[in-house]
Design a protein around this ligand. Structure first.
Ligand code: THU
Length: 137
């Protein structure tokens, strides 16, 4: 039997889940994975990396976006996030990117770009952060 090809949403969510396996989150015990799809088809992933000096922690979304931009200037066409431990139900309010990451995402994702959140729904960038800050002079 032929298996149907995976949608870019499924592929991207699977990449975020895989990245989450490498989370370094000994302080919060709250793993997060993220995956960024570029228009040329490349996928870059990130996970949250915590630090004993808590404020130095970097969220998964930013790690993934910075890795993508370091490798390529191609447009971002989608971002997926997987939050928390498999099999542990989290409330919907925990299944969203943090505010700081939304601003960073808005630098690289157009308002209509989809943000797939594993276990929650698909948002657009514009829904997650309307009126994002832009430096226009
Ligand atoms: N975290 C993320 O990686 N992304 C978010 O959007 C929300 C929070 C991480 C930071 C920290 O390592 C842990 O989740 C608990 O806040």
């Amino acid at each position: 039997m032929n298996t149907p090809p995976k949608s870019s949403e499924e592929m991207l969510v699977a990449a975020a889940q895989a990245a989450k396996e490498h989370s370094y989150s000994p302080y919060s015990n709250f793993p997060v994975g993220a995956a960024v799809l570029l228009e040329d088809g490349q996928v870059f992933t990130g996970t949250n990396i915590e630090n004993a000096s808590y404020g130095l922690t970097c969220c998964a979304e930013r790690v993934a976006l910075f890795a993508a931009r370091t490798a390529s200037a191609a447009k971002v066409t989608g971002l997926a996030i997987s939050i928390g431990r498999a099999g542990v139900d989290l409330p919907k309010e925990s299944l969203v990117p943090c505010g700081a990451c939304r601003q960073v995402m808005s630098e690289f994702l157009a308002p209509e770009t989809p943000v797939y959140v594993d276990g929650n729904r698909t948002f657009t960038m514009g829904e997650l952060l309307p009126h994002s800050f832009k430096l226009t002079r």
